[in-house]
Design a protein around this ligand. Structure first.
Ligand code: ANZ
Ligand code: ZN
Length: 805
């Protein structure tokens, strides 16, 4: 058949033509109506693009095409997030060098996959985080952060993956195991570079009130920042001069403190432990430090601890209270020390029971005193609390905080769960940290004009198990002259966390080929903040938090004049495969290539976004894709018949269908409800098939509305209808509200085939609605009362026949 829908031919033709005509390349300097349409850039794995990526990118691309049709100059760049442990581990596994493997993967991604999916990618702005022209600016950013006091080096206990032989950030540890390889995490003491994200904790939290982001992403960020209001209270030590600060969210319970507990890492432990208890304490601390954070934070775990022999004085009543060490207290939160109130805190209650410590009730639900059988954590009336007795506890909380401050032993205080971002990685595949360690001058930043510090080709890039980066084994890399004093010095041998590469990529797209500066300030002013960013919610607290932090830091450095990178962020859902999450370990990851080959990219795109609401995701089943292909076949036949006429559309039903469809598709795409937009297009096509004559106007509207989903076939058919202009450039149709009104008809009710009543109803009335209406019409109900309704026959838009016995 001459006329067949040959997706291979059409898709190849249009991809070539778009490239030649630069259809989707924007002149970003001259553009009049900029719209920056961003998506999360892929990590170029060896397996190639996953249908989950195609789903994500297609959803973003539909939005971009929609905006372009509305007259915006849409900038839709793409690139590769190619550094990092993930790539490196893969290279190790397949026994290839990352410098050979990664470029190969990128070529496959680009030529065999991304360029075939029909997206409006502007390849002129492609970036790759492993290009020296990119990572020199990652290093430059580090130097700026250092200069502005936002990068610092500190010794600390870090999460250590014994198998990857590297430090992981808290975000990279899930349930006590390495996110990459599932090995159990241990702790290690290492000197690490940290970025001071905590400086922005409050701003990161505050801005969540006004940025237009998916609610689930914002709430994940809120939890991660974890702000708690409370007080810091100072306890003097009984036997020595030292004092101890605790953080509490419950200053109202201060009179009920019966012991203090310190985190095993607390710096005062050694000093305050008495002779008698010192050895026990040391043993306990050593054991505790071997546990993972997750083990320690599990609430159900049996409480453990050890007494230090030392006492503190409760500042409110000078009572002597014992100081214990327990691993349920974490060093990284508050002050690493707690005032324990067994009567009102569950963990403290368990601990007190186990170690026979006193339990003093200070808040009573009913105002009277009780034998405490379980921690009471609610509000109530103050008891056993001196001058505060009888007061409501919520008020006492404020009063006691104020009183502590007056008396000089406390103050209101806020704690955040957010930690500074550790970025040193003892690995190979990343940008080297641009600093030099000099015996005389200490830490010396690499002078900016000496950037980039190139990542050398190291044959044996495997971790050496020493806790040091493989770069430390390369003397030519390590040995340098100190830029300050000229003495022999050493380079920092760690590389930077992959999340730093991806925390600023959207700035670089604008100046992808600029080797003079990180970005062009005028272009940034014109195009940013990004108008729409679409990506996975699994990045809610890692990547998305870091991008916000860096943007805030850039603003404070005077590089830009805004503090939030994305005007709008929407999280797409996840694709699953027959009910199970797609993942490499389950071996159920679907590669898009064979589907593109067999059915075409247009079918795959449409199918993926038809699986469910874009923001929820969907279940990939092979069987469904054929249905979508048949729909596109139908569109093809409709638009390629010989008898298409130019006659205007004047029939009311036709106008109604057309305008209603335009309105619905427009509204749905705006809200990323792509699946329902596509189903209204299916209804529209079904309607068009029933028209007596095929009218050009109705078809052109179909193609304009369909083009974001199935760009190749829409372009081809639009051209075949005789248009010079591309459908991508043909604009978006408008609807006339007047034709969208729902049409009313005379709906008929029959009982056993005999007409019994009528009612004016919308043409769209459903069977359920009709049955409900029938029950309101006396002329109908009188014939069905006291009878068994055995059947209901519904004819849409016409009648409901009720069969009774
Ligand atoms: C006394 C108290 C009495 C507390 C009471 C609670 C209930 P959030 O809400 O998560 O901020 N805490 C403080 N620092 C800690 C640390 N480093 N490790 C473990 N626990 C710590 O929790 C704050 C509460 O958790 C604080 O308030 C403190 O216990 C404990 F009836 O102080 B509270
Ligand atoms: Zn020096």
């Amino acid at each position: 058949m001459v006329n067949a829908y040959d997706h291979r031919k059409i898709e190849t033709y249009w991809q070539k033509r778009w490239t030649e005509e630069r259809t989707y390349n924007v002149d970003i300097a001259k553009a009049k109506r900029p719209f920056y349409n961003l998506m999360m850039f892929p990590y170029p794995s060896a397996e190639g693009l996953h249908v989950g990526n195609v789903f994500a990118f297609t959803g973003a691309d539909i939005f971009g095409r929609f905006k372009k049709a509305h007259g915006f100059d849409v900038f839709e760049p793409i690139g590769f997030d190619a550094f990092g442990i993930h790539s490196e581990n893969h290279a190790l596994k397949v026994d290839m060098h990352p410098w050979d493997l990664i470029p190969k993967n990128i070529r496959n991604f680009k030529e065999n996959q991304l360029q075939r999916m029909g997206a409006m990618f502007d390849w002129a702005h492609e970036i790759n985080t492993t290009d020296i022209g990119y990572y020199r600016w990652t290093q430059w950013i580090f130097l700026q952060l250092l200069k502005h006091g936002l990068a610092y080096r500190k010794d600390g206990l870090v999460n250590w993956c014994p198998s990857c032989q590297t430090v992981l950030s808290n975000e990279q540890v899930a349930e006590g195991v390495c996110e990459r390889c599932d090995s159990k995490i241990t702790k290690k003491k290492l000197k690490q570079w940290h970025l001071r994200i905590t400086k922005y904790a409050q701003k990161l939290l505050d801005n969540l009130t006004w940025i237009d982001w998916s609610e689930k992403t914002k709430s994940a960020q809120r939890r991660w920042i974890g702000r708690s209001n409370g007080a810091e209270v100072v306890f003097n030590l009984d036997a020595c001069q030292d004092e101890l600060k605790v953080f509490t969210t419950r200053p109202d319970t201060l009179f009920g403190v019966t012991y203090i507990a310190l985190a095993p890492e607390h710096p005062l432990i050694e000093k305050i432990s008495t002779e008698e208890f010192r050895d026990d304490v040391a043993v306990y601390v050593e054991e505790a430090l071997r546990k993972t954070a997750i083990e320690r934070e599990t609430a159900e775990r049996e409480k453990t601890g050890v007494f230090t022999g030392c006492y503190a004085l409760n500042p409110v009543n000078q009572q002597k209270i014992p100081i214990w060490v327990s691993d349920y207290v974490l060093m990284g939160y508050g002050t690493g020390a707690i005032m324990a109130v067994p009567a009102h805190d569950t963990r403290d209650f368990e601990f007190a029971k186990k170690f026979n410590l006193p339990i003093v009730e200070v808040i009573s639900a009913d105002g009277s005193l009780h034998e405490i059988e379980d921690a009471y954590t609610g509000e109530g009336t103050m008891v056993n609390s001196g001058q505060f007795d009888g007061m409501n506890s919520a008020e006492a909380l404020l009063r006691i905080t104020a009183w502590c401050a007056e008396q000089g032993f406390g103050r209101a205080s806020v704690s955040y769960r957010l930690r500074d971002w550790g970025i040193s990685r003892q690995r190979y595949w990343g940008p080297p940290v641009p600093v030099i360690h000099c015996e005389h001058c200490g830490i010396v930043p690499v002078p900016e004009q000496d950037l980039p510090i190139e990542l050398p080709y190291v044959e044996n890039f495997k971790p050496h198990g020493t806790g040091q980066s493989p770069l430390s084994m390369v003397p030519e890399f390590v040995q340098v002259k100190c830029p300050d004093c000229g003495a022999n010095a050493q380079r920092d041998c760690d590389v930077m966390d992959n999340f730093l590469d991806s925390a600023w990529f959207f700035f670089r797209y604008l100046s992808a080929n600029d080797d003079q500066q990180i970005f062009d300030a005028d272009l940034v002013k014109k195009w940013m903040p990004v108008d729409m960013y679409i990506g996975g919610n699994e990045h809610a607290v890692l990547h998305l938090m870091y991008t916000r932090f860096l943007t805030m830091a850039f603003k404070d450095m005077g590089l830009i004049d805004f503090e939030e990178p994305f005007k709008k962020f929407r999280a797409h859902g996840l694709l699953i495969k027959e009910g199970i999450k797609m993942s490499k370990s389950k071996g159920n990851v679907i590669n898009p290539d064979s589907y593109i080959e067999k059915y075409g990219a247009d079918t795959l795109r449409s199918y993926l976004i038809f699986l469910g609401p874009y923001t929820d995701g969907g279940d990939f089943r092979d069987s469904g894709i054929i249905g979508i292909r048949r729909f596109l076949d139908k569109v093809w036949r409709l638009c390629t018949v010989d008898c298409i006429v130019d006659q205007p559309i004047s029939d009311n039903a036709e106008l109604h269908l057309m305008h209603k469809t335009i309105k619905k598709v427009t509204h749905d795409i705006e809200h990323l409800a792509y699946n329902t937009a596509l189903s209204s297009l299916m209804v529209y096509v079904k309607g068009l098939q029933q028209w007596e004559i095929v009218k050009r106007e109705a078809l052109e509207i179909l193609l304009k509305l369909l083009h974001p989903f199935a760009p190749h076939v829409a372009h081809e058919l639009f051209k075949r209808l005789g248009n010079e202009i591309l459908v991508a450039d043909a604009g978006w149709p408008n609807w006339n509200e007047q034709y969208c009104q729902v049409e009313e008809i005379e709906f008929v009710f029959t009982v056993n085939g005999k007409p019994r009543g009528k009612s004016r109803q919308s043409v769209d009335i459903t069977a359920e609605q009709a049955w409900a209406v029938a029950n309101e019409i006396e002329a109908v109900t009188s014939f069905i009362a006291n009878k068994d309704v055995v059947n209901k026959i519904f004819i849409p838009g016409k009648l409901l026949n009720i069969v009774v016995k």
